[in-house]
Design a protein around this ligand. Structure first.
Ligand SMILES: C[S@@+](CC[C@H](N)C(=O)[O-])C[C@H]1O[C@@H](n2cnc3c(N)ncnc32)[C@H](O)[C@@H]1O
Length: 258
């Protein structure tokens, strides 16, 4: 619940602001994803916010999918804490779960066997190809017939489209430079340094550092064609883009009714 005396809310606001430094139209992208979800899902849907961070998508989904249940999954103990301290369980509608998507058995940690939708923003491109392929196969098993995946993320253009790649790059850096020129603007690194300086954060920050140690060695930048092929290979019946700004897209994948 948002109240003036809950200091955690300011960190959420600053998170959203620093994400926008990298992401033109972030709010529009959430809006499109939730519009598609609202049209595609049953009223009592179970929806996973995968790599939820502090739950920016979950927060926006609560009013847009007013009777859905949300399971917010992330590995980061600091962001999960921020989610719990702000959104909390939203009258029993939200569950927060710490899980590592690169662990082959992560779905066994979910409190349900099947879900209607998996939504994710600005996260899955980090996964190396083999993890992404395995993840989409797992999601196909997890999602009910007729259910959906919606992934809003950077999905790089293939090397054979250098003009498109360059456009995405120059547009991104121009946007970043403009956003960072605003008074008080901060980027991802600034935000994390400020959080780490908060009293009482040292233990969670140390846990975070340990959990993400593999990142430096394995971080990827999954291309659009890989994302799409991996969803199709996993068995999703219909896969295509429902929103796009250069290499920033929302991919919708629908499971068949079988
Ligand atoms: C850029 S943030 C995006 C967070 C949120 N979805 C948003 O749009 O604000 C990427 C998120 O992916 C999470 N993440 C990265 N690797 C992960 C993994 N292996 N398992 C679970 N979460 C992971 C990070 O902890 C982080 O919260």
């Amino acid at each position: 619940m948002k109240t003036d005396d809950n200091p955690w809310w300011a960190w959420r606001q600053r998170w959203d602001q620093q994400q926008e430094v990298y992401l033109p139209y972030r709010e529009q992208r959430f809006d499109v994803m939730l519009d598609v979800a609202a049209q595609s899902l049953p009223a009592d849907a179970v929806v996973v916010d995968l790599c939820c961070g502090l739950g920016s998508l979950t927060e926006r989904a609560l009013p847009r999918l007013p009777t859905a249940r949300l399971i917010a999954v992330d590995l980061d103990p600091v962001l999960l804490r921020l989610g719990r301290e702000t959104i909390g369980d939203a009258d029993g509608r939200v569950q927060w779960l710490q899980a590592d998507l690169t662990a082959a058995d992560w779905t066994t940690r979910l409190p349900v066997e099947r879900v209607d939708a998996v939504l994710s923003t600005t996260a899955l491109h980090y996964l190396p190809a083999e993890d992404l392929v395995r993840l989409y196969r797992q999601l196909h098993q997890l999602i009910n017939p007729g259910g959906i995946v919606l992934n809003g993320d950077h999905m790089a253009y293939p090397a054979r489209l250098p003009t498109f790649r360059a456009l995405a790059e120059t547009t991104g850096s121009r946007w970043y430079d403009q956003a960072m020129a605003a008074p008080g603007a901060e980027n991802f690194g600034d935000w994390w340094r400020a959080v780490a300086d908060q009293p009482g954060m040292a233990e969670l920050m140390a846990e975070r550092e340990q959990l993400f140690a593999w990142r430096a060695r394995r971080e990827a930048s999954a291309e659009y064609l890989l994302q799409r092929a991996a969803l199709e290979e996993a068995g999703f019946r219909e896969v295509d883009t429902v929103w796009q700004h250069l290499d920033n897209r929302v991919l919708l994948a629908r499971r068949g009714n079988d």
